[in-house]
Every structure is written in structure tokens, then in C-alpha cells.
Design a protein around this ligand. Sequence first.
Ligand code: ATP
Length: 271
Amino acid sequence: MTTTIDPPGAPPLLALDNVQAAYDGIIVALRGVSLLVAPGTIVALLGANGAGKTTTLKAASALLAAERGAVTGGTIRYQGRDTAAAAPRDLVRAGLVQVLEGRHCFPHLTVDENLRAGALGRGAGLQARRLLRGDLEQIYTYFPRLTLRRRAAAGLLSGGEQQMVAIGRALMARPTLVLLDEPSMGLAPLIVEEIFSIIRTLNRQQGVSFLLAEQNARLALRHADHGYVLENGRVVASGTAAQLEARADVQAFYLGVGGADGGRAASALTS
Ligand code: ATP
């Protein structure tokens, strides 16, 4: 059974309505995904491998074409505007920024240069440069680990530090909404906790909203306000983080409660 809970208050920042998407015109990845991200919230997109989380994020940020994918149905609205004809860079300028899975950094550039790269396109005047310096220093206050490494080549950093650089670079674009793909992947639990607590702080202090795709449902629900569970390209459950955590089927299939195999996903959720 699917529960749809609309976040209360202001109009949504991001709204997907019955979105369908396919790769190469034949591989159907999304079969009618509807979701909302309210301003100032953290929304978790949960699901097993191949459920469609990355495709959902890339559909929202207009990045599917780069993978021979396309939105084939439904509508995506960001700040009320239909994004069907939007180029990725238009969305970035409008504050919608994606951090791709795999903590992409420029390995030969320093941490500082990587972060500055996130501000490209913001203009080069004196005022823009001043703002950029201020933003850079602020990012170092959120990620103090990076301060010590600011002159190091990003390729020499640990996985957790690289994830911080990738998030920091997105922040340099002054985002309203960050689409964050599997921030915990391959990282040790302690560093993952640190990253999620920084995400929470950025959300609370800067008002940045996040739509984060995570296979680690327990972790994501602990930090998110709302969540959606995807399976086979469909939303099979949604609600506040507390509602999802309390559901027995979500517990069984995604939170590892009761010994069920979370990776087997939740065909039970749809039945
Ligand atoms: P993961 O955690 O493994 O990234 P996911 O939930 O993000 O999983 P997607 O990557 O969105 O899932 O994949 C959804 C479906 O689309 C899967 O069946 C996958 O095989 C397919 N798919 C994803 N990317 C491509 C691509 N570039 N070309 C063809 N099919 C793809």
C-alpha cells in the first residue's frame, strides 16, 4: 500500500508528477514517479540497487541525456517551472545542483581549486571574487577536515574527504536544492556520520534543501524529514521519516529489522 504524505506549508521546491524515464529508448527505468521536496527539507530517496534512485535524480537535474536516457512521460517542476526544456546549466544557475554518485573530484587539482571550480559561471568581477572568497572560507568552516588539506591534490584524499570536496563544490554554486547521490557509499561509518551531520547543519543554518538517494535507509531516515521508497521505478511507500521508520514492511525490507534481506527489496510493499 502506498501512503502519500505531502509536506505541509510552502509550494514545493521540486515536484515530480508521474515521471517516466528510459535509456536508449527501450530500458524503462522510471514507471511513474511522483514526489515532492518542500523548501528547507531533507528528503530521502530509498531503494535497493537498480530501483531508479539515480535516474530520478538525473531526470530532475536534466542529466539523463548524457547517458542516452530521457524523460518519456510526466512533468518535473523546479520552483514551479516545468524543466522539460531546461539545460543542466540553467538549473544550476537556478540553484538546483547535483552531486553525482562516486564523489567526483578533479584528482590533479587541489582541494581549493576543486571548490573554486564549483563557482565557475558566477562572474569574474571584484564583487564576485569577494563573494567567492567568503563562500570558500565558509565551506572550510563546515568541513574543517578540508582546511588542513586545502593545498593537497584531491586525488590524494581519503574517500570521505573526497565526498566532502564533492559536496563543498556543489555548495560553491550557492544551491537552493542539492541532489545527492549515495553519499555514504563505500565510506566508513564514522565519516558517514560526520558527512550526514554536516548535511543537517547546512540544512538548518543555510536553509539548503536536499534530495538524497541512499541505499542505507536507516541512516537516511535518521537525518531526513520525509522519505520515498522506490522499487522497480515506482514509489511504493512514502511519508515522514518517522512514519516510514515505524512501518513494519519498511523495517523488514529496508531497516534489517526481523532478519529479512533488505537487498531483496520490497515487493511486499506493493502487494
Ligand atoms: P544504484 O544504487 O545501483 O545506482 P539506482 O536505484 O540508482 O541503483 P538506477 O541507476 O537509476 O537505480 O537504475 C534504474 C534502472 O535503469 C536499472 O535497471 C539500471 O540497470 C538502468 N540503468 C541505469 N543507468 C543506465 C544507463 N546508463 N543505461 C542503461 N540502463 C541504465
